[in-house]
Design a protein around this ligand. Sequence first.
Ligand code: BJW
Ligand code: ZN
Length: 248
Amino acid sequence: MTELIKKVVEKLIEAKSVVVFTGAGVSAESGVPTFRDKDGLWQKLKPEELANFNAFLRNPDLVTEWYSHRRKIMHEVKPNAGHYAIAEMEKYFERFTVVTQNIDNLHRRAGSKNIFELHGNIERNYCIKCKKFYDLGDTYPDKAIYCECGGLIRPDVVWFGEFLPEDEYDGAVKAAKSCDVCFSVGTSAVVFPAAYIPIYAKQSGAFLVEINPNPTDLSRMADVVLQGKSGEILPLILSEFKKQKGLL
Ligand code: BJW
Ligand code: ZN
């Protein structure tokens, strides 16, 4: 592991532009459940029953309650050492971009500034009819909620079969295609088009590093696979980087 981390840091020292692509695993050590691990969200609940628009129209109470439950967890937890290491790294590079699939706001709360959120953000909600935005604050409705126009209010997240927000995706693709080092952290990398981000980076010549306790479809493509938890490995990378830069 130490040798692999040194190899990654050598690349980082030369890098001008870095992309960190993250998924649910980066928030696992904060206490946010992942989707596809053995104790992940979708072992109990089927995605097609919850994370798509037709499911919402069919059963708005259930979907609203599910998002309230998750938003409450996300409010109760704190960023972990992985989020903080990513946020600190941003200071040391000319261009540093976080591309996240997570909707939990934890990168921003840890201090990251340059973030593309590919699957939306659970803090925003909007009316499906008139598109008015609603801030639900610390309320966690257990039934569907309606706009003053009568339309249903939904979370501003990307469900299956929906397009990703264009500006976020375009910005992420541009960063991926021009970075020197790309990290893929805590994601099974099975959901597209988000999972194209590390692939585009690698195809464009970036050094690709995967951080995950388990192998994924992306592992074969990675230049270095660091097998373990992001909350442990990212701080090790940061401290080795600072040591080599003479910042420690
Ligand atoms: C740790 C750890 C620790 C644990 N440290 N690591 C091309 C090919 C095939 C299919 C498609 C394709 N293009 C499009 C599709 C269809 C579909 C898709 O991808 N399906 C596949 C699943 C088969 N994609 C879509 O529908 C997308 N839209 C689209 O394509 O639009 C175009 C279109 C429009 C109209 C018609 C047709 C096409 C939209 C996808 C939206 C995904 N939305 C969700 C829900 C968001 C809201 C919410 O959170 O509720 O996004 S699904 C869910 O999966 C969520 C996540 O962001 C996403 C990715 O999951 P993630 O983050 O990778 O989590 P896990 O659980 O899978 O993995 C966790 C990892 O962490 C594991 O590897 C662990 O080992 C690891 N881990 N502890 C580090 N401590
Ligand atoms: Zn409305």
